[in-house]
Write a protein that binds this ligand. Structure first.
Ligand SMILES: [Zn+2]
Length: 216
């Protein structure tokens, strides 16, 4: 069996490094600068997998690659080692949002679980966005209100420029003297989570946001 050890956002990170190298090649940057860029990319990838076995390190090493075809094959090979997003059933999703009696569910069978850092879908009728993520080994789900806009801006999750919407969620934090106080957190996030999942290279922001929303 092929060993799965790469997460979606990690492969996106690797692809981004390759895009930087390829751009340098196209722009004919001096060979020593290109070599330094390749070394740096390799180092960053290595840092992303601090517990990688020797075999995994060998797979991840891109220092010998030169042509577009070689980079393409390298990505293809790594794609075989993607760790899929944990399987979740419709029943489990319903349980996460008990307040929604008629919860609109995503079509789980049509979602490629190997290309997911977080699972999310929008309910346009109620202007809600649902986000599912495995935080510290536990699947959690939160819901956000969203204001439909089709503005182009930076997404907080993937840090890329694209079509975003404004999402707000209310934290469960309460101030001792103000039992009615709820703090809302607002974010600009890609309206299309499929696109966001293709671009996200780090879970740092998502995790901080979820922890804040859940007040863990
Ligand atoms: Zn995004």
């Amino acid at each position: 069996m092929t060993e799965k050890f790469i997460k979606n956002e990690q492969l996106n990170f690797i692809k981004k490094q390759i895009a930087i190298i390829r751009e340098g090649t196209k722009k004919n940057v001096p060979p020593n600068i290109l070599a330094a860029a390749i070394d740096l990319a390799n180092l960053k990838i290595k840092e992303l997998f601090p517990n990688a076995s020797l075999e995994q390190q060998k797979r991840l090493d891109l220092s010998k690659l030169k042509t577009d075809k070689e980079y393409e094959l390298y990505i293809q090979e790594l794609s075989n080692h993607l760790l899929p997003f944990p399987r979740i059933t419709e029943q489990q999703l319903k349980k996460m949002f008990p307040k929604h009696k008629k919860l609109k569910l995503p079509d789980l069978s049509s979602i490629d679980h190997s290309q997911l850092t977080y699972l999310s879908w929008n309910d346009l009728r109620s202007n809600k966005k649902f986000i599912i993520y495995e935080l510290d080994g536990k699947m959690i789900g939160i819901e956000c209100e969203f204001t439909p806009t089709s503005k182009k801006n930076l997404c907080s999750f993937c840090n890329c420029f694209g079509e975003v919407s404004y999402f707000s969620t209310v934290t469960k934090a309460k101030k001792a003297n103000h039992p009615d106080y709820y703090r809302a957190i607002g974010n600009l996030i890609c309206a299309d989570s499929k696109e966001c999942n293709k671009k996200i290279t780090s879970t740092e922001y998502v995790e901080a946001f979820l922890k804040d929303s859940q007040c863990i």
